[in-house]
Design a protein around this ligand. Structure first.
Ligand SMILES: [Zn+2]
Length: 318
């Protein structure tokens, strides 16, 4: 899913001047003193576009050793182990700085990050990978299609026009479908679920909470981008896109899932579940075996609708 993540120096889509930016920062600093509430200041220092819902957010433990270190909308996950940490996704280049701050708040230094992985190769989810790799020295592990695109900064992304989408970065290790990432006793399994992107990777693991084990699934985004950017029929840049989507949907609806995690907070009801968690609800409200179904079904319904429309349009043109 590619929405335009706002850049810190944009207001209503226009680049603001450095002076204006300083002014905004000054006003924001004054608001901190006046209101004493950091959230107000954060929303002012990063002026959003009208439809933006992605603000800085405090990190918190979801379940087991899995932490949300992303923002109010775009996700990033920390998985702590006794041998160091795994970071999944970084968010955009600009907002990855918020991820760094969240790691710091959890007492995790950059050198503690041993492995970097990602959900899929779209800038708003992983453009900070090059920076994080450089700062941490962590091993970057990615699927082959993802690694190919990371190496050229997304220039080969089938949805794009050949321009660089994010700072290029070289993967240190390719992970195959079913391959495992292991660190400090934690095992994450990669499942290639292409369609939304060629390298889209769904990750699974198990966690223990209150003496019981649960299957955790980080579902890769399955939402089609629409015919203008990613046609499902006669897509010369991605001829087998329909088959990939169908295979991915079949896989995702077949796997056991007790805890559904996602790259977007709204879809996974992050705020609602976090509020219940903070009230002490037992069992952990993130344990929700029905949680993944609406996310996958919504994407699959849209995919089928777009496919039917595009097949009809193609027949009319014949
Ligand atoms: Zn995407």
């Amino acid at each position: 899913m590619r929405t335009q993540t706002p850049k810190p120096v944009q207001v209503c889509g226009k680049h603001e001047s450095r002076d204006l930016r300083r002014g905004v920062l000054f006003v924001a600093a004054a608001m901190i003193l006046m209101a004493g509430q950091s959230l107000v200041a954060q929303q002012l220092t990063i002026p959003p576009r009208a439809n933006n819902t992605n603000y800085r957010k405090e990190p918190f433990r979801i379940i087991g050793d899995i932490y949300w270190v992303g923002h109010t909308e775009i996700g990033a996950y920390l998985i702590k182990t006794p041998a160091g940490s795994i970071l999944m996704d970084t968010t955009s280049l600009e907002q990855s700085e918020w991820v760094r701050e969240n790691l710091d708040k959890l007492g995790v230094k950059m050198k503690d990050i041993k492995i970097l992985i990602n959900s899929h190769e779209h800038a708003e989810h992983m453009a900070g990978l090059a920076k994080f790799k450089q700062l941490s020295g962590a091993k970057l592990i990615a699927s082959k299609p993802t690694a190919d695109q990371l190496a050229v900064g997304g220039r080969t992304d089938f949805r794009e026009n050949g321009s660089e989408q994010y700072p290029p970065v070289k993967a240190d290790q390719i992970i195959e479908d079913g391959g495992k990432v292991q660190l400090g006793g934690t095992v994450l399994t990669a499942h290639l679920t292409p369609g939304h992107s060629k390298g889209c990777t769904t990750w699974t693991t198990t966690v223990e909470e209150d003496g019981r084990k649960y299957n955790v699934v980080w579902v890769c985004v399955m939402t089609p981008s629409g015919p203008d950017r990613a046609p499902l029929i006669n897509n010369a840049k991605y001829p087998n896109i329909v088959e990939d989507y169908q295979r991915s949907f079949a896989f995702l609806t077949s796997i056991p899932c007790d805890v559904c995690l996602y790259t977007r907070a709204t879809n996974m009801k992050l705020a609602e579940k976090q509020a219940r968690l903070e009230k002490g609800e037992k069992p952990n409200p993130f344990i929700d075996p029905a949680g993944c179904k609406p996310i996958i079904k919504e994407a699959e319904d849209l995919f089928n609708k777009l496919l039917a429309e595009q097949r009809t349009a193609a027949k009319i043109q014949e």
